[in-house]
Ligand binder design. Sequence first.
Ligand SMILES: Nc1ncnc2c1ncn2[C@@H]1O[C@H](COP(=O)(O)OP(=O)(O)OP(=O)(O)O)[C@@H](O)[C@H]1O
Length: 296
Amino acid sequence: MKNVFKSQLCLLRQKMSLSQDALAQKLYVSRQSVSKWEHGDAEPDIDKLISLAEILAVDLNFLLSGQQSNEELIIRLQNISKKFKKTVLKDINLSVYGRDRIALLGANGSGKTTIINTIVGLVKPDGGRVRRFFNSSDDLSVMSQENVLIESLKVREHVMLSAQIQRQYSPIFVTEMIKKFNLNEQAQVIISQLSGGQRRRLALLISLLKPSKLLILDEPTVGMDLESIDFFWHYLDHVGGSVITITHDFNQIDKYFTRVILLKNGVIDKDVSVAAIHANNQTIEQWYRISNQEVG
Ligand SMILES: Nc1ncnc2c1ncn2[C@@H]1O[C@H](COP(=O)(O)OP(=O)(O)OP(=O)(O)O)[C@@H](O)[C@H]1O
């Protein structure tokens, strides 16, 4: 809890373009106190926590845990069907809640990207209903498989531009994110000159600039080196909201996800909590290999 609080505080403060000094003045405490909270060396008392939540315009639970309410329904897919040349989705029913960390699994061509595109609104289903309980322009972040980067911009220029579009203006926050995503040395490099892994890190950084109720990632870590992969999943663990990811990064699902969904023959064949799989003494990879071989 403490670890999440210190990073939340730092992130939210920077997003509001507040220096430690400015925040300290608003709270009638010393700058050193704020610095200690952000380093995890001390914690504010409850009165200061409540004031902090007010100043940072978030609810207390989000400030402390980085988590939205578990029970908040984010999206519901009801009886979704979709046919291209052949039927891809037959009858998809899926509800996603506030803190779900969902790994969407299935063989190549099983329809994972089609489900995601249906959620985002890029694919119109032939049948069924999509009910979104969030504001698509403010509460949804997507990082698709294709890179949608502007090749002629420099890294920092692109991040600043995206931050402005997403109304996260703070230059301090932008600098911090570029550092965190290990792109400091490339800040002034033109995007067309980046390596595949660097482009991936940049695309992820951009999709994480604003807090969202639903974050959608399609194979986010493909082409990244191991260090970046570890950093990314760890970082994502501290981000609020629900996440749906297409990934076959099984070790990371074991560590950071709450729910796995297996798509087979156009339907959701399995929708299971990671905890239940672990309670059955299986890793996600073992579970997936067995489940994916079963006749659907
Ligand atoms: N726009 C489209 N037009 C025609 N066919 C499509 C379209 N989008 C997807 N398909 C087909 O639908 C099927 C499912 O594709 P989809 O990309 O959703 O699968 P996937 O599970 O994400 O696959 P992969 O793991 O290979 O990325 C495939 O047979 C694909 O060729």
